[in-house]
Every structure is written in C-alpha cells, then in structure tokens.
Write a protein that binds this ligand. Structure first.
Ligand code: SF4
Length: 350
C-alpha cells in the first residue's frame, strides 16, 4: 500500500486531501505543525479543528510537531519575503515541506501531500510557487496536491500509479463551494470556516512583532505570547509596559508575569488593569508604568492615584502616588500602527 505524509492544518482543505487519498487506499500519516503564532489546534482562537475525530473516522494517523525556533528564524528573515504583514508564507510552506520530507524518510512513505488549492491564497498558492517550494524542500515531483492535481502537472505518485490521477480533483480559485460539495459527498460536516491565516497575517499583531524585533532581535517565547495580550507601551528601548484591557487579559497577564523578572502594578482600592513592566526598568520607567495603570483604573478621574508596585524578586510591594497619564503621553508611548496608513506602512525594515 502506498504511503503518504500529509500536511494537515485541521482545516477543510487538508482534511479533504486526506480523505481523497484514503479513498484510494493510500496509507496517510498526517502531520500538524504548531508554531508560536497560533491558528493551530492549541489555540483557542484557532481557525482549524482538532484533527483527531476526522482522523479516526476516515482512517488516518495524526502526528503533532512544533516548529519552534526554526519558524522564528524564517519570520525574522524569510528568503522569499513577507506577505502583506509579517507572514512569510512561502518560507513557511518550504519549512513544513522539509520537515515532512524528513518524516517521509523516517516512516518509509513514498510522497508528501498537501491540501493546497491553486489560486486560493495570493502568496503561496500560485502556480509558479508550487514547483519552487517543492524544489527548495528537496521534494521535486513528490508533492501531490489532491484538490488541484488535475490543474497541475502530474507528479511522481500519479506517474508511477501509486494514486489514480483520474480520481483526484481540479479545484482552482478562492471559492469554497467545490470543497463544500466534496465535504457533503464524503459526509464531512464538522469543519471550520475559512480563515485568513495565522497571527502573522494580522496587521496589529505584525506591527507589534516588528516593533519588538527592532528592539530585541532574540525575543523570548514569553515576549511573543505577550504580544497577543493588552495594550503595549514602549517606555524605553529595552522596556515595555503591557496593560490588561479586561478581566480575561488581566488573568492572562498574571499567568505570563515572571515574579523574578518583571514589575507588576495595579491600582490600590479600585478596579483597574494589571500592568506588567518588561525589561530592566529604571525609576522613570516604573513611574511611567504607574501613570499608565492610573490612567486605565476606576480612580482615573482623581488627580492622584495610589498604585501598588511589586518589584521583581522582592517580597514586599511599595506604593506610589501618581497622576494618570495624559492622552498625549499615551499616544507618544503606545505601540500601535499609525492610523490612516496602509497596513504595514511606515515601519522600518528589520
Ligand atoms: S498564514 Fe502563512 S505564515 Fe501563517 S501558517 Fe499559514 S502559510 Fe504559514
């Protein structure tokens, strides 16, 4: 029985690709790659689904693999550039194909398959991109795209008869109707709605990430996770304050807070945000963070607000009385894409 390693996001297209191969008797080992930038099954805002129920139902195996630092490197310096935002889609797909190739050799599979659809995404799913990505991954002729196969040149698995080309599809373009019809025909009802991609395709997140990399080219995982939470203020080149916007974000900040490294601030005697101060903060940075905390708490209408400050590595907090930050101070410190400019414009190159 021929065996394939399939890139499985948990979205509709890759699940359909798995089913198309299974219906031809191909043994499928699906690999779901995880990154620090979400849109995978570990992420509550995920655009993909837990792949295991579909795998059980349609008879294929799933393996999870984290791309970790390899992925961070291509985000920082992608050979084929970024998309509209910080998404290095072509390099990302090449990295995933390379990893799939390793797995293919390890498990004795003959080829790799993906759920890519020709013309569906503007950056990585163009006709000229597929052969380039396959070549860069060392998989020339060995990547089958079952959903678009009839619109592409025959691959080795088709030429060698490991799969029957006539039973593959020729889907092209952005419409999801053909995939939905296929899903219905296969009895696949539980699948996620289409999504634009991972967090790196979001302008707001991308702006924050680029800003972070400008100040710290080797950010920790914690700093990357922090980018998803709260309002961010740059106090000095190495110091940033993150201010929770609601109860959920305060709880998340509390989880990400490192008592040995960060200052933690909150207003005394009223409801308000949690503020985490990251980096080697000076006295002036602590005062600035306290005035941000005052600005967003329920006592902000008072001229002076009492703020409790927990310094890193110390047991006892101290109290500061500060004036809430002014609107001008907020705007000067806030890490936010300039309003009214096109996405990503006005950013310095990394
Ligand atoms: S959107 Fe682009 S960078 Fe993000 S996971 Fe998909 S292919 Fe990779």
């Amino acid at each position: 029985m021929p065996k394939a390693v399939l890139l499985l996001s948990g979205g509709l297209d890759s699940t359909l690709a798995a089913i198309l191969l299974r219906r031809q008797g191909v043994e499928v080992l699906a690999v779901t790659f995880l990154t620090h930038f979400g849109c995978d099954i570990t992420d509550s805002s995920s655009c993909s689904r837990d792949p295991f129920p579909a795998a059980r139902r349609f008879g294929f195996q799933v393996k999870l693999a984290h791309l970790a630092d390899k992925f961070i490197q291509i985000v920082k310096d992608p050979k084929y550039g970024h998309g509209k935002n910080m998404n290095p889609c072509i390099d990302c797909r090449i990295l995933m194909l390379r990893e799939a190739k390793e797995l293919m050799h390890m498990v004795g599979a003959q080829f790799v398959a993906t759920g890519e659809v020709l013309g569906q995404r503007p950056m990585s799913q163009r006709r000229e991109c597929f052969p380039l990505m396959d070549r860069e991954a060392g998989l020339e002729g060995l990547v089958l795209r079952p959903l678009s196969a009839l619109a592409l040149r025959p691959t080795v698995p088709e030429l060698k008869g490991w799969v029957d080309r006539s039973r593959l599809c020729g889907i092209v373009g952005r419409s999801r109707k053909p995939q939905m019809a296929l899903a219905e025909a296969f009895g696949l009802t539980d699948y996620p709605s289409p999504a634009g991609g991972c967090l790196l395709t979001e302008p707001g997140y991308s702006y924050r990430l680029r800003e972070l990399l400008q100040h710290n080219p080797e950010p920790s995982m914690r700093e990357l996770h922090m980018l998803r939470v709260g309002r961010h203020f740059r106090l000095s080149p190495r110091v940033k304050a993150v201010v929770g916007r609601n109860k959920e974000e305060n709880a998340r900040l509390q989880e990400l807070y490192q008592p040995r490294e960060d200052y933690l601030l909150r207003a005394e005697g009223c409801a308000g945000p949690l503020v985490v101060l990251l980096g080697e903060a000076s006295q002036a940075d602590v005062l600035a963070a306290a005035s941000l905390c005052a600005r967003y708490c329920d006592h902000r209408h008072l001229g002076q607000v009492l703020i409790r400050v927990q310094p890193p590595g110390q047991r006892e907090p101290f109290l500061l009385t500060v004036a809430p930050a002014t609107a001008e101070q907020l705007e000067a410190l806030r890490v936010q894409a300039p309003q009214g400019r096109p996405k990503g414009a006005g950013l310095r190159a990394l």
